[in-house]
Design a protein around this ligand. Structure first.
Ligand code: GAR
Length: 399
């Protein structure tokens, strides 16, 4: 079971919020909430409700009323095969009592961490109010702000959080970045050439005893005849070749969706990714580039040309960048970089070989970190919960 939890707000996120919900007979799960929680349960993500209940402190209802509401929520969830693992609440009236347990205070999350054996870093904080999700920033988690009852977003999005439509979309987002129990993290790899980075991924994840478990579910090649496809076939990985026609965006969208990929990795893929596909995979598509972006990147900067430009510039340091893909070549947010020295007497081949060795270490390490949830990806960039095992996550010197 993952040590990560989904910390859910209750009123307005899980159940309808009539304002100071006090009676079991008023409990109504929001549409899709039961199924969303069941999916979390099945994936091994702990479901912990954290809720402000100032109605108790204000004297509008008692703790016993709160518990009967909770029992009714549990009962309704049970009929959908879902369960809440633990509930924490703050009963205080903020006008009388300044406490640390009322959200956005962190006390209840810290208590849950201690008592439930979960880790707040890397966990998800879901709710319809800014104060439900803002603790994510302080605790190293990821906030998912759901829309209000009429589907509008009135609340500001705090740092470290993003907007999602509802609890079901929040769970899609969570499960897109966590390995469901028993099933390896699914990665699709896009290639064009020799596929040595693909091979590095195959080698790193081929042993099922090595954690995290990652499965390359599909290799898509921009060309029908290259070494990368041979490598994929030799490893028994399904392959597909991009058709050379107008419909390739639609084709690619369908193939990636059907293969169940949770992450797409461009490993030496030399075509621009169509806009629609970038949008659909925003925050879930990585590229490896053989230089320290933003230097030596952009249209026309690929393969040997990158290394020739590096040598021509006279710089003494180059490196490898893994970054999120956006609509432009090599421009999305940087996820990790390792540097590589340029050595006296280098030609492009010698430099390329030195850089490639580092690519073969960095790319699988980043994929592993995403699969195990120590690197959280989002449309705006990556958040590192733990640095890569072998060093710093951003910039590391390799000699
Ligand atoms: C790698 O060096 C990769 O960084 C580069 O193509 C090579 C593919 O090698 N990608 C780019 O230049 C992207 N702009 P491989 O096919 O042996 O993995």
């Amino acid at each position: 079971m993952t040590k990560h939890a989904a910390f859910l707000d209750r009123d307005g996120t899980l159940v309808r919020d009539p304002g100071y919900l006090a009676r079991a007979s008023d409990v109504a799960l929001l549409p899709g909430a039961g199924e969303a929680i069941r999916r979390l349960n099945e994936s091994g993500v702990r479901v912990i409700v954290v809720t402000n209940q100032s109605g108790i402190g204000r004297g509008y209802y008692s703790e016993a009323d709160f518990k009967s509401v909770q029992a009714e929520i549990d009962r309704q969830l049970k009929t959908e095969g879902a369960r809440i693992d633990a509930t924490y609440f703050c009963p205080h009236d903020p006008t009388l009592h300044k406490c640390e347990c009322r959200k956005p205070g962190l006390e209840l999350y810290r208590r849950a961490e201690h008592e439930q054996g979960v880790q707040t870093a890397g966990s998800w904080f879901v709710g319809d109010r800014a104060h439900d999700v803002s603790p994510a920033e302080a605790l190293g988690g990821h906030g998912l702000l759901v829309a209000g009852p009429d589907g509008t977003f009135d609340e500001p999005v705090p740092a470290g959080s993003e907007r999602v439509e509802d609890l079901a979309s929040a769970v899609d987002r969570i499960l897109g970045s966590v390995t469901p129990r028993g099933r390896p993290f699914q990665v699709a790899v896009l290639v064009s050439g020799s596929g040595s980075n693909l091979q590095a991924l195959i080698d790193r994840f081929s042993d099922p005893a090595v954690l995290p478990r990652v499965e390359i579910c599909l290799v898509i090649s921009s060309r029908p005849d290259n070494r990368a496809l041979e490598r994929a076939k030799a490893a028994g990985i399904p392959t597909a070749v991009v058709p050379d026609d107008e419909g390739s965006e639609e084709w690619m969208t369908e193939r990636l969706e059907a293969c169940g990929a949770q992450l797409v990795v461009l490993a030496g893929y030399m075509r621009l990714i169509p806009r629609g596909l970038v949008a659909a995979w925003s925050g879930r598509m990585l590229n490896v580039h053989p230089a320290l972006l933003p230097a030596f990147g952009g249209k026309g900067m690929y393969g040997q040309r990158v290394h020739e430009a590096v040598l021509e510039s006279g710089t003494q340091v180059t490196g490898v960048t893994v970054h999120l893909v956006d609509e432009e070549y090599d421009q999305g947010p940087v996820v990790a970089q390792w540097s590589v020295p340029v050595v006296e007497g280098d030609d492009a081949d010698a430099l390329a070989a030195r850089v490639l060795k580092v690519e073969h270490r960095l790319l699988p390490s980043v994929v592993a970190a995403v699969a195990e949830g120590t690197c959280l990806l989002g449309p705006d960039g990556a958040r590192w919960i733990e640095p890569l095992a072998s060093g710093e996550d951003r910039l590391r010197e390799i000699t």
